[in-house]
Design a protein. Sequence first.
Lengths: 213, 189
Amino acid sequence: MNTDDLISMLSTGVEPVDPRAIAKRFSLAILIGGVGALLVILLRFGVRPDLAEVATTPIFWAKIAFPLSLMVGALLMVTRLSRPGMTAGGGKLWVTLGVAAIWVGALYGLAVAPADERVAMVLGKTWKVCAFNISLLSIPGFIAVFWALRGLAPTQPRLAGACGGLLASSLATLAYCLHCPEMAVPFWGIWYLLGMLVPTLVGAAMGPRWLRW
Amino acid sequence: MDRTTHNESLRRREIDLQTLFLSGLKGSQADYARFLRELSTHLRGFLRARLLRQPDEIEDLLQEILLAVHNGRQTYQSDQPLTAWVFAIARYKLADFYRSRSRHDGLNDSIDDTEELFAEPCLEPAQASRDLDKLLQELPDKQRLPILHVKLEGLSVTETASLTGLSESAVKIGVHRGLKALAAMIRGK
């Protein structure tokens, strides 16, 4: 087939393209990831019994704000990176600010706390399982986000894979907040972050292989 | 000044190509074909400058890039320069090509210069050595038949559906997936 034949093949009967195709793909991926993580929370982990009370306190919403800002940042970046010729853009700011805010809060909390409580603030009761649980909850979202990316054209597959992993894991962390009883900021700054880092690194590692097009 | 005229012609080319492409995205077959034809003359010039030692590969790589542009056309955002979008695709495919070749070649040919994308148009196509027709034959029927009837014979989706017994959406999906599979087969070679 020469190139003229290819051009005529590609253009013949060409269908109009939906300008919102990328938005729809990622909306679906987030829906699948969110519902998937919620189901695992409901069926396996259980919602924390004091959720109704704690939901009226500002600290609970500060806890929600942390993965939420990372999720917004990851989503902004991954939708840009799925288009050839685009940089990651302003999403980095949301991620940086989210992490910076939690660390400033963590350091302040540790500084003002009595010395003998500091270890408890960092380790909480669930440090052994937290990062693992978040990574586990990320799996449905991770698959869905990579499905979304595979239909698009990321030219920086490692970065796109990392942002995809972060999107899936920040979504999972949001769901995990419904279960996790830990309320000390240093705990979130370490174990939540670690839990989100694992799928991010897996995404970065697998991006070049899984996102080829 | 020379520089201004050069920039002016680049700008006009950007606008011309973008107008055709956007019209193609809305479903205009004629404009889309014109876009692909104009793009291929520019890309051929771009590739010829990059593949001095592999002139036989130019047409194959050009076809691969055109297919990638087509398969990825939903990723174009109209406020983005079309030139930048096309260049990113061409550069990605070229980098892929270099990677699959020897590392030596990849280190010797710089692929970072964006200026040259539309530098010297090259009109006369060479012969492609890869035969896309043969690759098309390898696709499963639910992709091969929609491509054969809709894209090669020019039948409508409705006609193809009644001819093959597939539903209309299955015909559209078959075309879409078939062209993606074709790109994957090229990549695997």
